[in-house]
Design a protein around this ligand. Structure first.
Ligand code: G
Ligand code: MN
Length: 289
């Protein structure tokens, strides 16, 4: 039990302590079974991608799709990334999983470029370990080569919190990817620790405003001012900005008033399975009334 508490404390960071609680036991068993199952998931093709549209607020067109991982667990049902990516990150399984998902996203994007729109952009969320992997550039290059997807149609999303380690090595990798024409997006912007300092050093093309700012936006509220400031920052840095987590018409209208370029959220669509995505994209006729 003390051992378990120690691992929990280590997981919380340096210079901290944890008192054993019985829940620690069940959660460690849970992650143990998830990590064994995860090995099988790869072989059994249980990992899939859902897709959420990103909408251009000005034209009302779908400008891209974000690929979001799901695990069709034989017993637990459909699991979201929060339930298994952290476990995968604890082992090197994340590298294999990330690679598989990236190939899947690129292949799907290339198929939809032919059937839906040649301009379609696919956003893919990198995990922290993938970003640190020295083989990231060759893996991405191979995914594009194998699927035929042009680099201009791929966007890789990273978050500020992933950049705790070797920032210089990360900057080198991102620069190499960008040289090929791949877009880089900084996800969940505004929630990390050193947004501005990082933004200055990182080669990025897109800023995604975290949904916590969008959620609390009401007429004249301080959060409108925050979003406006982030949009201005994006503008000055020549970044394209995407606001995440739009759930209401009011939020959409406020963002229109602020001339936010792109939006994403349940108001437009939830992440959907490939066949539903296809139907949604081919029948989409502009912003919701
Ligand atoms: O970290 P990232 O921004 O990539 O997270 C995407 C997650 O946000 C997905 O799991 C998706 O289901 C969720 N999401 C997408 N749109 C909305 C929304 O409008 N509201 C909320 N609460 N969550 C959303
Ligand atoms: Mn994302």
């Amino acid at each position: 039990n003390a051992d378990l508490a120690m691992y929990v404390a280590k997981g919380r960071g340096k210079g901290t302590y944890a008192v054993f609680e019985p829940e620690m036991y069940s959660s460690s068993l849970e992650s143990l079974s998830i990590s064994t199952d995860l090995r099988n998931a790869l072989e059994r093709d249980e990992l899939l991608l859902f897709y959420q549209p990103i909408v251009d607020l000005d034209s009302g067109d779908i400008s891209g799709l974000e690929a979001l991982a799901r695990w069709k667990h034989p017993v637990r049902g459909l699991l979201s990334p929060a339930e298994f990516i952290p476990v995968a990150e604890e082992s090197n399984l994340i590298i294999e999983i990330g690679k598989r998902l990236l190939f899947m996203a690129c292949a799907q994007a290339q198929e939809w470029r032919k059937t839906l729109s040649p301009k379609l952009q696919m956003s893919f969320n990198l995990s922290a370990k993938q970003l640190e992997d020295p083989n990231l550039v060759p893996i991405v290059t191979e995914a594009l080569a194998m699927t035929g997807l042009p680099p201009e149609n791929l966007i890789l999303e990273i978050t500020e919190s992933m950049l705790m380690g070797n920032v210089e090595a990360t900057v080198r990798q991102l620069t190499a990817l960008r040289k090929q024409g791949i877009g880089i997006a900084i996800d969940d912007f505004g929630t990390g620790h050193s947004s501005l300092g990082l933004l200055k050093r990182l080669p990025v093309d897109i800023m995604k405003i975290d949904r916590t700012f969008v959620h609390s936006m009401t007429e004249g509220s301080q959060d409108v001012a925050f979003v406006e400031a982030m949009l201005n920052l994006g503008d000055s840095l020549k970044l394209r900005t995407v606001a995440e987590g739009i759930e209401t018409h009011q939020q959409m209208r406020l963002l229109q008033e602020l001339a936010c370029p792109d939006v994403q959220g349940y108001l437009f669509a939830k992440p959907m399975a490939p066949s539903d995505t296809e139907t949604f994209v081919s029948t989409f006729d502009g912003l919701p009334e």
